[in-house]
Design a protein. Structure first.
Length: 441
């Protein structure tokens, strides 16, 4: 385990000039607006930047809202090694031709990505910053056609929802024709219950779905049947000694229980549990995901034809591949006030709505770089032990998606202070770990 992370994601500010419904920032309107202090950035850049491979500048806000953002780029470039890359993500509205000229002519960044959920201003504002889409695309075209365009990698990041997924092939085609280098897609992380209908995935793993599909439409009857049989079995065993004629007791057929035992045996062999209630509640959505597979296939064809790299999330995630996207690439996040968080999800207090329940997640910090050196935070015992656990997630971290208790008012699934195995913070219900929601790093 390295003494310094390979990648640092730093949040310049949590302030934003947009309020997109699918973004956590829209629910943080009452929070204090934070701007990373330039003197602290200068100190951190001298302490750490020469040793890292990549600096990522974005968080919950729009980086260009920081009044000294260009100065931050200049400081970072002066302290990063020649082999390191500097990347930032923007909504594009403030990345004007004048600022683009400075960034490209002074080589202040190696890569930039525009967040974009819609192609036209006619689309509902629910799917992103549609009111400024013409302005954003004007800035993007200017960047793509710039004389120094070859000196910078240019990408597009989009959040996939029920409102916009059908436009994905068209978006890939348009952005490919414009000359973007890559198109990165993430599923929605629903910060609010009103967004539940926008979610296009299930947290049930692919391994569990293979087993659960054997239930077909009889799921609720199956649950009732197993419950009745197990109750009868329990009663028979409890009062067995009171029977006057024990010799007449016959073993009853319990077909539901036999089938359940077979399913459990398969699940054990695949190292998963079975969330039957969630499966029944999301069965229609799961069936609709075949259409999303077709959308992805058409998008891949368009990307291949136009030579644009297409980065897609999973549709059905495999439990065996669960991993922390930050730990797996040796990355960390620093909030705009200097707090060091393990990942993007733990930057701020927020709610989420997954697996038929709402969860309250608290922000988590391992220390603040304003009061102690970053290296001492990264190498501190708590942060080091946390990362060690994430090296083997399936061994050390439970998974709520396959657990029926998570959809049945489980305390640990409602309050994100710890999980049922005692881990703090908890990563037991993280769609990022299943390659569903994604951060650009």
């Amino acid at each position: 385990m390295s003494n310094i992370p390979q990648i640092i994601q730093l949040e310049p500010t949590n302030a934003c000039n947009f309020s997109c419904s699918m973004c956590l920032n829209s629910s943080l309107q009452q929070e204090t607006k934070l701007f990373f202090p330039l003197d602290l950035f200068q100190r951190l850049s001298q302490e750490i930047f020469p040793s890292i491979k990549r600096l990522v500048l974005y968080g919950m806000g729009e980086p260009l809202m920081h009044p000294s953002f260009l100065e931050m780029l200049k400081i970072a470039k002066a302290n990063l090694s020649t082999n390191a890359s500097l990347f930032f993500l923007t909504n594009g509205s403030l990345l004007t031709p004048k600022i683009i000229d400075r960034i490209l002519e002074e080589s202040l960044a190696d890569e930039v990505a525009f967040s974009c959920e819609t192609l036209t201003s006619k689309d509902s504002s629910k799917v992103g910053h549609s009111l400024k889409v013409n302005e954003v695309f004007s800035n993007l075209r200017y960047l793509l056609n710039h004389d120094h365009r070859s000196n910078i990698k240019i990408g597009i990041e989009t959040v996939l929802m029920n409102s916009n997924y059908k436009y994905l092939p068209e978006m890939v085609k348009k952005l490919g024709e414009l000359g973007a280098d890559y198109f990165s897609v993430s599923h929605l992380y629903p910060y609010d219950s009103s967004l539940s209908e926008e979610v296009l995935y299930t947290m049930i793993s692919k391994e569990a779905l293979i087993i659960l599909d054997e239930l077909g439409e009889s799921g609720w009857d199956f649950i009732l049947g197993v419950t009745k049989e197990q109750f009868g079995k329990k009663m028979q065993l409890t009062f067995r000694e009171r029977y006057k004629h024990k010799e007449n007791i016959k073993t009853k057929d319990r077909p539901y229980s036999e089938k359940y035992d077979k399913l459990l045996k398969k699940a054990k062999e695949m190292n998963v549990t079975l969330n039957i209630p969630l499966y029944m509640n999301e069965r229609e959505k799961i069936e609709r995901l075949e259409e999303l597979q077709n959308i992805f296939s058409r998008s891949k064809d368009n990307a291949k034809d136009l030579g644009i790299e297409l980065i897609l999330p999973s549709i059905f995630s495999e439990f065996k591949n669960r991993r922390c996207p930050y730990q797996s690439i040796d990355a960390t996040v620093i909030r705009a006030d200097g707090e060091v968080a393990p990942c993007f999800k733990y930057l701020y207090d927020h709610n989420s709505s997954l697996n038929q329940h709402e969860r309250a997640t608290s922000s988590h910090s391992f220390g603040n770089i304003d009061s102690q050196p970053f290296a001492s935070i990264w190498n501190g015992e708590k942060y080091r032990r946390f990362r060690e656990k994430l090296n083997e997630m399936n061994k050390n971290i439970p998974f709520c998606g396959n657990c029926s208790l998570s959809s049945s008012n489980c305390f640990y699934a409602i309050e994100d202070t710890s999980d049922c195995w005692g881990n703090e913070p908890s990563c037991s219900e993280c769609p990022y770990s299943m390659n569903l929601t994604r951060c650009l790093l």
